[in-house]
Design a binder for this molecule. Structure first.
Ligand code: NAD
Length: 400
């Protein structure tokens, strides 16, 4: 059945509830073209599982593996197909477009849509990998989720973005109303930290790796990476020192235990601390969008601006597949946020920070760039897409 419509952005709070199928496909093709224009990876991965593969850093990692190294990729994500004449979610359209393009280019690419936290999804993935893929040599863990049902207890946990100990008041940007104002976030309540660690910490990553290990699906020399963020001091109360920061500490703990597991196969696991980019996950964090608008201006002026695909490519080409060279910090993390955290960049951002108002936001920050990136996440604002034309909303992802 065909379901054609003109699709426009419908922004509700910090998310866009519509997505443009052809725009999302163009966004995926743009990222593929970026990787195709790079020299291929020497000794890159061949058989890759990406958990959280449909948007943001996970999608970029999948594209880097597939097009940098002709890897077979299995992508896991939780996205909505089109229903009742409403568009599918952006990650659905991205994944459909990626698969179509990858298969046209002779690459093996399959996807499983559903809850990555569940035992059932792990069993489905394992059955598929056993049947159709060589043992995995790369597992990318890139989930960002507000909720996890613990498969062992059946309890649903919610992650929250709250400071710990005391309330936090900061300047912030309301991206829905385009207004600079103040926000006060109440501190975490009992249970908030443990719940956030349950959702965004490392337990599920460990469960994936244990399940894959038990099924004997990890290749010799296998690598696994998960992503984290640290950012500038102004966001620490809500990020690094907040509930999500505790979850990221737990992710680092898990990296060490998974590293010990993979060492038995001459492999490794580690955390990559990535830079702040506009994704569905980051646009939901208070204070961060204003910081990103200032950061983009400072980094673009220096020619060091990167999005997800540039970051993923830097991770693959200068770290993971650069003669196995991993340039760790003191805490054994790769720091792809190095250009973001340069003193001159941070200094420029924070010199401007106190003076930003609703009136001068456009002039003094790259809010225009922020908004353009945000719309692009949902397939809007891409060149050569006719946004006045009706488009087919129902785009299939082939059954795995
Ligand atoms: P994103 O929102 O773009 O992507 C999240 C992915 O997780 C999607 O593919 C989504 O489908 C999937 N997902 C969510 N819940 C799921 C579930 N229950 N089952 C299966 N799939 C599920 O997020 P992102 O910003 O790319 O974040 C990915 C990782 O990168 C996170 O660990 C995040 O902390 C980290 N990171 C993000 C930034 C940033 O600025 N966005 C910076 C550094 C690190």
């Amino acid at each position: 059945m065909s379901s054609k419509q003109v699709v426009r952005p419908k922004i509700r709070g910090y998310i866009c509830v519509s997505a443009h199928p052809e725009g999302c496909a163009a966004h995926v093709r743009e990222q593929i073209a970026f990787v195709k224009a790079q020299p291929g990876l020497k000794d890159g991965p061949r058989s890759v599982l990406v958990i959280g593969a449909s948007t943001g850093y996970g999608l970029a990692s999948r594209i880097a593996a597939a097009y940098g190294s002709r890897a077979a990729t299995l992508g896991i994500f939780f996205e909505k197909p089109s229903e009742n004449a409403r568009p599918a979610s952006a990650g659905w359209y991205n994944s459909a477009a990626f698969e179509t393009q990858a298969r046209a280019d002779g690459l093996w690419a399959k996807s499983l849509n559903g809850d990555a936290f569940s035992d059932e999804m792990k069993a489905r993935a394992i059955a598929l990998i056993k049947r159709e893929m060589p043992k995995l040599d790369l597992i990318v863990y890139s989930l960002a989720s507000p909720r996890r049902v613990d498969p062992k207890t059946g309890i649903a946990h919610r992650s929250v973005l709250k400071p710990i100990g005391e309330p936090f008041t900061s300047k912030t940007l309301d991206t829905d109303r385009h207004e600079v104002g103040q926000i006060t976030l109440a501190p975490a309540e009992p249970g908030d930290i443990a719940n956030t660690v349950k959702v965004m910490g490392g337990e599920d990553w460990e469960q994936w790796m244990d399940a894959l290990d038990q099924a004997d699906l990890l290749a010799t020399g296998c690598t696994s990476v998960a992503y984290s963020y640290i950012g500038p001091k102004v966001t620490w109360p809500v990020y690094k020192n907040g509930t999500i920061g505790r979850a990221k500490e737990d992710l680092e703990r898990a990296a060490k235990s998974i590293d010990a597991l993979l060492k038995l196969r001459r492999g490794r696991a580690f955390i990559s601390v990535n830079k702040a980019v506009v994704t569905q996950a980051s646009s939901a964090i208070p204070v961060v969008p204003l910081y990103i608008a200032l950061l983009f201006k400072a980094m673009k002026a220096r020619g060091t601006h990167e999005g997800c695909i540039e970051q993923a490519w830097r991770l693959f080409s200068t770290q993971m597949y650069n003669e196995n060279f991993l340039d760790f910090d003191d805490a054994r993390r790769v720091r792809l946020d190095d250009w973001e955290m340069r003193d001159e960049v941070q200094h420029e951002v924070f010199a401007a920070w106190p003076g930003i108002t609703t009136e001068n936001l456009e002039a003094l920050t790259d809010y225009a760039g922020y908004q353009a990136e945000f719309l692009k996440l949902f397939g809007f604002g891409l060149p050569n897409v006719n946004y006045d034309a009706e488009v087919e909303l129902e785009v299939p992802i082939l059954p795995a």
